[in-house]
Design a protein around this ligand. Sequence first.
Ligand code: NOJ
Length: 717
Amino acid sequence: MADEDHIEALLARLSRAQKLALVRGATDPEGTATGYLSGVDEAGIPPFRLVDGPLGIRAEGHRATAFPASIATAATFDTDLARRQGAAMGREAMALGQDALLAPGVNVIRVPQCGRNFEYLSEDPVHAGTVGAGLIDGIQSADVVATVKHFVANNQETHRTTVSAEVDERTLRELYLPPFRSAVDAGVGSVMTAYNRVNGTHMSDHERLVGDVLKGQWGFDGYVVSDWYGLESTVGAANAGLDVEMPGVAAPGTAEAGDSDTADDEEFEWPDGIPDATRAGLFGDPLAEAIDSGQVPADRLDDMARRVLGQMDRFGRLDGSRTASEDGESDDEAGEIDSQRHRDIASDVAARGTVLLDNDGVLPLADGADVAVIGPNIDEPKLGGGGSSETTPVHSVSPAEGIESRAEGAVTTAFGVPQIESVSLFDLLPFVGDDDADGTAADSDRRDPSLEDAVDAAAAADVAVVFVRDATTEARDRESLELPGRQDELVSAVAAANENTVVVVRSGGPVELPWREDVAAIIEQWYPGQADGDAAATVLYGDRDPSGRLPVTFAPESQYPTAGAERRYPGVDEQAHYDEGVFVGYRHFDDAEVDPTYPFGHGHSYATFEYGDAEPTAEQTVAVAVENVADRPGREVVQAYVRPPSVEDADRPVRELAGFTAVQLDAGERQTVTLTLDDLAFSRYASDSGWTVDSGTYTIEIGRSSRDIRTTVTVDR
Ligand code: NOJ
């Protein structure tokens, strides 16, 4: 708990200039942080460092564990594992002298093409909120402030700095706000505002959502930080409730930062999706002037500083117990980078988040099978997507290395088609140096691969395993849900040569798999991070059950609610109309009575599970027995959905996820699991009367996915 008297006494000793320094970013003298507050040396307030991001620590000049993408963490449906990942990231942040982690990202996945879906968790708010809370709890258990982002309705990268999400109150309350609310309930220390506008107002200036909802109605008492160069105005932001401007200084390399070798600001046009990185210093002098002129109340500055000091105090930054050493590394002995336990957590998440989409029985592979490992990038791990979440690991395993070290039969390799190049936000910035975070050096040999070699390798092997990937980045949406390059052609050619073709997909979100009827098995591994090849091998050979489940619906691009409706996405005249309302993801597919390719919550196991009858055990809980009837162990993710009673004029989704749990069962083992049901699934938000739970009979559906319900029970409300 923050020591309020201590903070008030400290505040009383600070000059206005010192308070202003606590709420505006500055240049990190050590250069490791993504954002830096200089602290107030005379008052014993140390500097404070904020660092990206959701997939691991991106401290400049340092390596750190590359965890799988957030969507993979979400696919584990394992809140405890998310917590352990959060704690590991917190410890690494600490070891690198950082105080706040700019994670997790909990924006609900609305648009399947969004370039940052890999950094987000789910198309469902209860799922995103629950996994997000696990991550937050873990990060903060290591005494590092978690920063939930991007508040709110940042659901596309196209025009992200200018677009206005035109979204009604019910949809905000039922879909887009709840994961942030869960973060606040989990005690998150910081909230980052989004770049976009909501109903016309920039989120940095959004008094109703930041001031009234987040701070007022939800009682958030941490600090609200801007996204980088995302502050729209001095007075608007200060009065809306924004507390900290980041990064507060123009980007290095720009003329405004005093560097001459940059594009001249007058002529330079910032690419779409990239904020103007010279836009800085709106807090600082302009804030002092706004206070002097009475446009911003003086006690607002006290409140901003108090909120920052409160989090510093809460996590032990004000008592001198934690000091960063000269090189920006912590002298905290609990700090650790790339330790064995962190490598293990990264592997656990990658393996457990792996979703077995289809399997005709070819998997798990026999130990002694001769395997052809095929794909344009089989010699590189798929660490993540591009942008602020990029990490550089100490250790990583490529797909080919992973299979080679596990296989007992012969392994041959072939690229087949040209390499898929990573894309990165940083390549769009003229003033950022050539930084290839994936380490994918061009190699002339692999620039000219032969499809024929791949087909021959496939034909000669017992099994062909084809690794395919997409390439996504912050600041850019995908142009389509098709796999890039000639990968579809490669899969089809290999499948024609070997009926035991297994495809391992690495994607940041849904992709189209046009050859899916022609292959024997398909696995989705998202961006698996440094453990890549090992995690793939462990699942392919059945050393671990592929127990991930889809946090997003997979369907042809044309079937999503934003398809073919420019008004909805990417928007017209800088407005994206969310007029599909709450019917996003499986809520849309259920409502439209369309069978998707793979529904939300889907994922096979190598084991087989049977469900008993569900029984309510208390007001908000339901129990069900699950039995593993296979002759091998497996892990089952049990999901509970709520079907509301039909109420006139309430256009509600067919079903909504209310809770989930996972259970590891040995062959023949049976266990009763208990699921806690979230209030959100029972409630609806009516614009006139607010939150409402209609009286009537609710059906609780328990099953393996949103479209594979095994038992139901009714409860009256
Ligand atoms: C912009 C991104 O939107 C945000 O997620 C990130 O934390 C900041 N840049 C800092 O890199």
